[in-house]
Design a protein. Structure first.
Length: 102
């Protein structure tokens, strides 16, 4: 799966049967550290950029949608950063979703 735009990611998420958060909600999640930036960056090697490979956004958004039923956004953000008690749950969920949407 190759996703090059946020709109394409949203389309794929809808096809998976999920209610897609608004772009405003997605922006809020990015600010909170729950999602990586969904902007496509041409120069992936630049340090300091929060770069997400475009085809990863689908799995990240679905993981947050599913995990926010049992975790707070702060817990998800900490897990995504590799801290907190939910790291394993976050990583397992992300991998499960990546496999399911291949």
């Amino acid at each position: 799966m190759k996703v090059k735009t946020l709109n394409k990611a949203i389309e794929i998420i809808e096809k998976q049967g999920y209610d897609v958060p608004t772009k405003r909600t997605l922006s809020y999640w990015i600010k909170r550290g729950v999602l990586s930036s969904y902007e496509y960056k041409e120069h992936l090697g630049q340090q300091g950029l929060n770069v997400l490979y475009p085809d990863e956004i689908v799995a990240e958004i679905i993981a947050v949608i599913e995990l926010k039923e049992s975790l707070t956004l702060d817990e998800i953000a900490r897990a995504r950063a590799g801290n907190g008690i939910a790291v394993e749950a976050y990583n397992d969920k992300l991998e499960e979703i990546k496999q399911a949407i291949k």
